[in-house]
Design a protein. Structure first.
Length: 198
């Protein structure tokens, strides 16, 4: 084994592709009867969180293209637009991966605050990872551990975003975890989630 081998650097599009693979079965596995269930993301039930995730996925496509996003308005009720909302959300996640896989998407800056594009892409990755974990927990589905490369990217992003995100109420207070907690469990805890929620 070559311990000197260069570590692969993943593009945000590749990492989003990994997160999407885990997201698709969870989205398809949400039953209509579970839409009112509570989630680990305390301010949202399942339906509200699905609508929030829809909004995030669509708006971050625009940010990948260096276009202005429209996060100010309340998330539209995509679930109420028809029974095919699961497949529409799956399709939008595919467009998100494609948008961030385009040449130059994670270079330079983007958004109203001119943040580094890679950090903005990592914010999309965080939502597609953590909110899908929220949905899996809320609906009794298995999520397991996020891919190591995804967790590594997100750990750096959360460390950067944490002070501002906590002040703005985007992250809850960090949750204490056991010494043997996995890197993914520590990531969830840093965003204010109890990895044992259920």
């Amino acid at each position: 084994m070559d311990t000197n081998a260069a570590k692969k650097t993943y593009g945000i599009g590749e990492l989003l592709g990994m997160a999407r693979e885990r997201a698709v079965p969870v989205v398809r596995g949400i039953a209509d009867t579970e839409l009112g269930a509570a989630t680990p993301c305390a301010e949202y039930d399942v339906k509200e969180l699905v609508n929030h995730l829809f909004q995030v996925v669509v708006q971050f496509q625009r940010l990948a293209a260096k276009e202005p996003s429209e996060f100010g308005a309340a998330a539209p009720d995509r679930v109420a637009e028809g029974a095919d909302w699961r497949e529409r959300l799956v399709a939008e996640t595919g467009r998100l991966v494609a948008a961030w896989s385009a040449p130059g998407a994670d270079e330079g800056t983007t958004g109203a605050m001119d943040m580094p594009a890679r950090l903005v892409g990592a914010m999309a990755l965080l939502d597609l990872t953590v909110h899908v974990w929220d949905l899996a927990r809320a609906t009794g589905q298995e999520y397991g551990e996020a891919d190591a490369a995804v967790v590594e990217e997100l750990a750096g992003a959360v460390a950067t975003l944490e002070p501002t995100a906590r002040k703005m109420g985007v992250f809850g207070e960090p949750v204490a975890v056991a010494g043997g907690a996995s890197a993914f469990e520590r990531l969830l805890a840093a965003t204010g989630r109890d990895p044992r929620w259920g």
